[in-house]
Design a binder for this molecule. Structure first.
Ligand code: HAS
Length: 564
């Protein structure tokens, strides 16, 4: 079934608009390493302040690009796999709200009125339109799930007893997690931050805000990861030339992430006051448990790759690794997924270090944390988005990828960049180098009394890695723009389905992973159980509320005069 023409246009906008914005996001990434290493020793560069640039980098890359991709990719998977049209009215409403939200949020950031970073923690205060933009964006991203549900129910009626396609299970898991995660942050923004920034309330309970944010912030990372897992489970085995080793492993992973994504955000708050160590300890244990589906994924995908490699003639205990299509321009998508996996091995291990309550004290709020997340969201997730977007954009436009070789090189360059970058940031973090700090003005400035020459190597490795990552982005855009400019290829019009879907090798039928409902109910109950005590303590302790601040001034914002 060919996708409806209007839906194709919507998907193309959902992919191309954030990718265009991403040019600014990536530029500000490179600027960050320049400040960090002391190459730039100023509060701003080219008229953009350090915190303004850091906010743009985080919001564009981590919120806008990822969410638009999830929506566009989700629509592709649902309509292709269920072979049914989805609501154009719903898709249009979602697009309009998300675009409006993006424009409002980006405008406030670039006008310098929302330098609050992607976590928008109070007491840093943004302009009300920034918060309103976020609300519109999130509400827009809620719409697709509710348009897919009737399509799915119809499919179930017409296909009694058949297993839901694995990709659809993954996409529904993604958006169920998103739905659960975004309700508390919607409350934070609408009830706490928006009235506060409008001057209707004099202060905000910072601890409550941070807790609501991290209730959202941790599942957010699985919302980023889940579409990539859909790519891994449904496409990687086929791209490698084989089959998915275990269909059950995929279904279990998706269901387990519905259950475990939300009730553990306190591992971002191990150092926060006002929350009992018991609550932190419980959520610390749950954090270690959420690594289990990813470990299962590691083994299942390794087994699937081995199966494919052996079918291609691979031999021996380790010799089969040589047979995978690492450098075949015809399957240029394979390295995007494979390099993502290799990067994620290190992102995952460092996540487990972060999750260990005592070790977290050593690395919290240091450069170690961005090193970790550039190996997770900046590794598998980002490469999945780049590869998936190129596949869908060229596929919908029936254009060839120009050139397959250059497209194939991009993930390798990116992988080298992230490894160099992260090694520098890990080293710096272990030596106490702070994150979110303009080091060029202080620690990396020989004229400053706080100069730390022992951080030179770490920060400069970060800078070199960041520049290599910038080069990979440049190469990607060369491929994308050249492909967009190419003439449509008549042969590509004959391809009925765009997404290459793998067959299962072991097609187990386990009833426990057939139905979403028990997993969703269990997830809600677990959230209530793990968050009841910390939220009760924060509210009961009556922590004093705080006025708003801007990053470059110790004087509180006067909301009665700041609406100009
Ligand atoms: Fe994390 C902080 C713990 C996963 C993103 N994380 C962050 C932040 C971000 C982030 C953005 O407990 C910073 C937030 C901020 O701004 O403050 N994280 C974890 C744990 C996991 C984890 C336990 N994180 C992720 C993922 C992210 C992400 C996924 C984005 C997509 N993280 C933390 C903690 C903090 C934190 C603390 C707070 C730190 C602090 O103090 O502030 C786990 O889910 C990881 C499980 C993963 C694995 C790896 C499986 C490996 C696979 C690859 C297999 C490879 C193959 C190929 C088959 C166990 C699937 C092999 C081939 C070869 C040739 C080798």
């Amino acid at each position: 079934m060919e996708l409806q023409k209007n839906l194709q246009r919507i998907i193309l906008i959902e992919l191309l608009v954030p990718l265009t914005l991403f040019i600014f996001g990536a530029y500000h990434g490179v600027m960050q390493v320049m400040y960090q290493s002391g190459v730039i020793r100023a509060t701003s560069f080219a008229g953009i302040d350090y915190y303004e640039g850091l906010t743009a980098h985080g919001i564009i890359n981590a919120i806008v690009l990822t969410t638009f991709f999830a929506v566009a990719f989700g629509t592709m998977v649902v309509s292709q796999e269920l072979k049914s049209p989805v609501s154009i009215a719903g898709a249009t409403l979602s697009l309009v709200l998300m675009l409006l939200g993006t424009v409002m949020t980006a405008a406030m950031i670039f006008l310098g009125k929302a330098s609050v970073l992607y976590t928008f923690y109070p007491p840093l205060m943004a302009h009300p339109l920034f918060y309103l933009g976020l609300v519109l964006f999130i509400v827009g991203s809620w719409v697709p799930l509710f348009t897919w549900i009737p399509v799915y129910m119809r499919w179930r009626k017409e296909n009694p007893g058949r297993k839901t396609p694995l990709g659809v299970v993954g996409i529904f898991a993604t958006f169920i997690v998103w739905q659960l995660a975004t309700l508390p942050v919607a409350f934070e923004v609408l009830v706490q931050l928006l009235p506060w920034s409008l001057g209707w309330t004099s202060g905000v309970n910072v601890m409550l805000s941070r807790t609501l944010f991290w209730f959202f912030g941790h599942p957010l990372v699985y919302f980023w990861l889940l579409p990539t897992y859909v790519l891994y489970y449904t496409m990687l085995p086929k791209l490698a030339g084989g089959k998915l080793f275990s269909d059950f492993a995929g279904r279990f992973t998706f269901m387990a992430l519905i259950l475990l994504s939300c009730p553990l955000g306190l591992h971002h708050q191990f150092a926060d006051p006002g929350i009992s160590t018991t609550s932190k300890g419980i959520q610390g244990v749950l954090t270690l448990m959420v690594a289990i589906p990813s470990m299962l994924t590691a083994f299942t995908l390794a087994a699937s790759l081995e199966l494919a490699a052996r079918q291609r003639g691979g031999k021996g205990l380790f010799g089969w690794w040589k047979q995978l299509p690492y450098f075949d321009p015809e399957v240029w998508l394979f390295p995007y997924l494979f390099c993502g996996l290799v990067i994620f091995l290190f992102g995952g291990i460092t996540g487990i270090i972060n999750a260990s309550y005592s070790m977290n004290n050593v690395v919290h709020n240091t450069a170690w944390v961005p090193a970790h997340f550039h190996l997770t969201v900046g590794g598998p997730v980002f490469l999945g988005i780049l590869g998936g977007s190129l596949l869908i954009i060229t596929g919908l436009l029936k254009k060839p990828v120009v050139s397959g070789t250059l497209a194939m090189i991009v993930p390798y360059v990116w992988m080298v960049g992230t490894f160099v970058f992260s090694t520098g940031f890990f080293m710096g973090g272990l030596r106490g180098e702070p994150r979110r700090t303009n080091l060029g003005l202080t620690y990396m400035n020989p004229a400053s009394p706080s100069y730390r020459p022992d951080w030179w190597l770490a920060t400069h490795m970060g800078m070199v890695g960041g520049c290599i990552m910038g080069l990979a982005v440049l190469l990607y855009f060369i491929v994308l723009v050249r492909s967009l400019a190419a003439a449509p290829d008549a042969a590509l019009s004959q391809v009925p389905y765009l997404l290459p879907i793998s067959e299962p090798y072991h097609d187990e039928d386990v009833s426990a992973v057939r139905n979403f409902t028990p997993w969703v109910i269990a997830a809600v109950l677990l959230c209530v159980a793990s968050y009841y005590a910390p939220v009760r303590d924060i509210v009961k302790n009556g922590i004093r509320t705080a006025p708003g601040f801007r990053p470059n001034s110790p004087v509180a914002v006067d909301t009665t005069r700041s609406k100009s």
